[in-house]
Write a protein that binds this ligand. Structure first.
Ligand SMILES: [Zn+2]
Length: 244
């Protein structure tokens, strides 16, 4: 595993903090470690910026394409998809947005992980979660700040318009893959959830590293940080020397 010492340290920290958490919190933990942020700071990153950190971490610890599955919407065939990491590396800064709705100007911002976590906890129905999620992004209507009860009073027309405009303000959070079904030839743009797909690779990389620490610590009596500080070439030499 050719991972720089700093990245190894961050990878293991993010992995450890992400273990046992839900999908979104795991992504936040990895992004926090990758970017040198606290968990709270990483919660407030726009989703595109968070996912760019995850892609960078994945790039540093695992070579090769991301493997994913997709169901063809036309015939239902399940496809194996190999996604080059370069297809996921879309760094566009998130910017504030504004939409015109029924004569009103509605200002809004990009989604963050904190919004997604709040929406997950918002209520039993999809409608409640969506209202929470989109409502949190609304900053102002006709220049008047929207907070607290004013968010609850936003009508569906406003929420629909903001929801439709969200991808444009954070392009990195809206990754779609152009897929073609091998069975029926149908082509479509499939949304791709970076956070959901990269955890498994990072998890495997972290467990591999800890396995190497285990073998070398047991053979030589070295401490964890001493093993992690070794270059990949030296670790490989010593692992071969002890027959691990
Ligand atoms: Zn098909």
């Amino acid at each position: 595993m050719k991972v720089a010492a700093l990245t190894r340290e961050r990878l293991l920290r993010g992995w450890e903090e992400g273990l046992g958490r839900g999908r979104v919190a795991r992504a936040v933990a990895l992004a926090a470690a990758a970017g040198g942020h606290s968990f709270a700071e990483a919660c407030d990153l726009p989703l595109g910026a968070r996912d760019a950190l995850l892609v960078g971490l994945r790039d540093a610890c695992v070579r090769g394409d991301v493997q994913a599955l997709a169901d063809c919407p036309a015939c239902g065939e399940e496809l194996d998809v190999a996604v080059p990491l370069s297809d996921l590396d879309r760094r566009g800064e998130a910017v504030p947005g504004e939409v015109a709705v029924g004569g009103r100007r509605v200002g809004f911002r990009a989604l963050t992980s904190r919004d997604v976590l709040a929406a997950e906890a918002a209520g039993p129905t999809r409608a409640a979660a969506r209202r929470c999620l989109v409502g949190r992004c609304v900053l102002a209507v006709d220049g008047e700040a929207v907070e607290g009860e004013a968010v609850d009073a936003l009508d569906d027309e406003v929420l629909d318009a903001v929801a439709a405009a969200l991808p444009a303000v954070d392009p990195g959070a809206d990754i779609r893959l152009d897929l073609t079904c091998a069975l029926c030839g149908h082509g479509w743009a499939a949304p791709f959830d970076v956070a959901a797909h990269l955890w498994a690779d990072v998890d495997a990389c972290a467990r591999g590293l800890l396995g190497e620490v285990h073998a070398l610590a047991r053979a030589y009596g070295w401490r964890e940080e001493e093993v992690l500080a070794l270059s990949a070439a030296r670790r490989r030499f010593y692992l071969e020397a002890v027959g691990a």
